[in-house]
Design a binder for this molecule. Structure first.
Ligand code: IYR
Length: 229
């Protein structure tokens, strides 16, 4: 047992870490409560335009940034759009792409699979929600001398951060929708992102509208998703 606050491994400082532990009974209760709360989360398409404090958005993004990432490169940028003018540009461009997707690019079976969700090419939430968070993955880094440096497991890392982002949004009592207009290059242009960044996911964030209905979908049961060996 090493009681020092830090040690050195191959020249690199390692600080002491201690996981908070609970009794088995407490663990069962906490995990059940966490599941029950998360199970109430739904993707919604009807947002209120009620303002949300920017501090909440910052805390949500800080939570997402606690996700693990390949070689701890943290290959993500979270663009927060509050400006009505930029939201409107994004809506116009997204709807243009979506109209083409629904009319020509998506297969018949894909459109059939989506029917029960009631989606279409109209995306009013892109203007209505008080914030849009556009998550960019950083394919590589460029240092101040213009040299490229590799990032690792970028899709996995950014996917993990997005999962934590969605959980943090729900925890704050806010709603979101994982929107993936395709292709998403217009977001890089509108937000003038550097050439190492690619749009990964677009999330409107806000309160849900007054009376919202969501598709009556069911989550798979534990026996369908877990195999115990
Ligand atoms: N990106 C389109 C289509 C769409 C695709 C899937 I898979 C969905 O689960 C939902 C929608 C859109 O946002 O409408």
């Amino acid at each position: 047992m090493n009681n020092e606050e830090f040690i050195t491994i191959e020249g690199f400082k390692h600080i002491r870490h201690q996981q908070e532990v609970f009794s088995e009974e407490e663990m069962i209760q906490r995990s059940k409560k966490y599941f029950t709360y998360n199970n109430k989360r739904r993707s919604i398409r009807d947002f209120s335009n009620k303002a949300v404090p920017l501090e909440v958005i910052e805390n949500i993004i800080k939570t997402a940034s606690t996700a693990p990432s390949g070689a701890n490169k943290q290959p993500w940028t979270f663009c927060v759009v509050k400006s009505a003018e930029i939201k409107s540009k994004i809506r116009k461009a997204a709807e243009e792409e979506e109209r083409k997707s629904y009319a020509e690019r998506m297969s018949e079976s894909w459109l059939n699979d989506l029917k029960h969700l009631g989606t279409d090419a109209n995306k009013p939430f892109l203007e209505k929600a008080p914030y849009l968070i556009i998550v960019f993955k950083r394919a590589y880094e460029i240092d101040k001398n213009g040299e490229k440096h590799q990032n690792y497991y970028v899709n996995e890392s950014v996917g993990l951060a997005c999962g934590m982002l969605i959980a943090a949004i729900h925890n704050a009592g806010l709603a979101t929708l994982t929107h993936t207009p395709s292709p998403m290059r217009f977001l890089e242009k509108i937000l003038e992102r550097p050439k190492n960044e690619r749009a990964f996911l677009l999330l409107p964030v806000g309160y849900e509208a007054n009376k919202v209905f969501v598709p009556d979908i069911k989550r798979k049961g534990i026996n369908e998703i877990m195999e115990l060996y």
